[in-house]
Design a protein around this ligand. Structure first.
Ligand SMILES: NC(=O)CC[C@H](N)C(=O)O
Length: 259
C-alpha cells in the first residue's frame, strides 16, 4: 500500500512542493491541505498515515518563526495530532516546520506541561544558507534517520539556534535518544546547544530538523556531485533515505495501531 501523506501549508509556506516530491519519490501519495481547511475538518487527519510540516516563512515569521502557525495548531488541532501519534503516524517538521513543532509543544515531549526548547536567532544574527555536514545518532529512537551514514544537507534559516530550558532538559534528551541529528564537530552554523540539528519525540515517530532533506533527494543536487565519483552518484541521496524510512515504517503492519 502507498502511504497517504498529509502536507500542511499556510500563508508563507514555501517548501511544500519539494516535500511532496520527496515523499512521492519515496513511494507515498501526498495531499497538501491549507491549515484553514484542516481546522474546519479536523477529522481529515484520521485518513493520513504520515504528516509533514514544510519549511518557509509562515505568516512572515511574525512574532517569531513558526509561532503563529504553532498557536493555531495548539488551540485547534492538538488533540487530533496527539491521536495521530498514538495511532503510530510518523511526522516530520523541516526548518519552519521544526520551529512549528517546538513552539506547538509536540517536540520534544508532547505531554510536557511547558515549552522545553526553542529555536532562536542564529548567533551570527542573520539568515544563513549553506550545505552543512552532519550525522544521525545511531542510538536515537528516530524512525526517520535510521541507517544514515554522515552526510551533507543544505540549511537555510535565520532562527535555527536550538536553546534548551536548562541542563536537565538536555540531559534527558540525550538519555532518551531524542537527539536524532547533530552538525559535524566544527560545523555548527547557528550556535545550537550540543550541535543539535534535529530532535525527535520519545517514541521516535516525530522528527523536527533545521536542515532540508527534501532538497537532497537526488545525488546531483549536491554541489560537488561531478567530483564525488560513481559510487556517490549511484547511491541513494541521504535526504531521500529520511522519507523512505518513514514510508517503510508505516508499511510494516506491526508499527501501526489500526485502533
Ligand atoms: N527555510 C525555512 O524554513 C526558514 C525558516 C524561518 N523562516 C527562518 O528563517 O528561520
Amino acid at each position: 500500500m502507498k502511504p497517504n501523506t498529509l502536507i500542511i501549508r499556510t500563508a508563507g509556506t514555501n517548501c511544500d512542493r519539494e516535500l511532496a516530491h520527496a515523499f512521492q519519490l519515496a513511494g507515498a501519495d501526498t495531499h497538501t491541505l491549507h491549515l484553514n481547511e484542516l481546522i474546519e475538518h479536523p477529522d481529515r487527519l484520521e485518513t493520513f498515515d504520515i504528516v509533514g510540516f514544510p519549511g518557509g516563512f509562515s505568516y512572515g515569521d511574525d512574532i517569531s518563526a513558526g509561532r503563529i502557525f504553532a498557536n493555531r495548531l495548539r488551540h485547534r488541532l492538538y488533540e487530533p495530532l496527539l491521536a495521530a501519534i498514538d495511532r503510530g503516524v510518523p511526522m516530520i517538521g523541516i526548518c519552519n516546520g521544526f520551529q512549528v513543532l517546538v513552539k506547538l509543544g509536540l517536540l520534544p515531549d508532547p505531554h510536557a506541561s511547558e515549552q522545553l526548547v526553542t529555536l532562536a536567532d542564529n548567533t551570527l544574527g542573520r539568515f544563513i544558507d549553506k550545505w552543512t555536514p552532519m550525522a544521525a545518532d545511531p542510538a536515537s529512537a528516530c524512525v526517520w534517520t535510521k541507517g544514515l551514514d554522515p552526510f551533507d544537507l543544505p540549511i537555510a534559516h535565520g532562527e535555527g539556534r536550538l536553546a534548551v530550558r536548562n541542563d536537565n532538559v538536555l540531559q534527558q534528551l540525550r538519555e532518551q535518544g531524542q537527539i536524532a541529528l547533530r552538525y559535524a564537530p566544527g560545523h555548527n552554523p547557528n550556535g545550537s546547544a550540543d550541535d543539535i540539528a534535529g530532535l525527535c519525540d520519545p517514541t521516535g515517530l516525530v522528527l523536527g530538523l533545521m536542515p532540508h532533506p527534501e532538497r537532497f533527494v537526488d545525488p546531483t543536487q549536491h554541489p560537488q556531485w561531478t567530483r564525488r565519483g560513481d559510487k556517490f552518484l549511484q547511491a541513494e541521496a541521504p535526504g531521500l533515505t529520511f522519507f523512505r524510512n518513514a514510508v517503510q515504517h508505516v508499511q510494516t503492519p506491526t508499527n501501526v495501531n489500526a485502533g
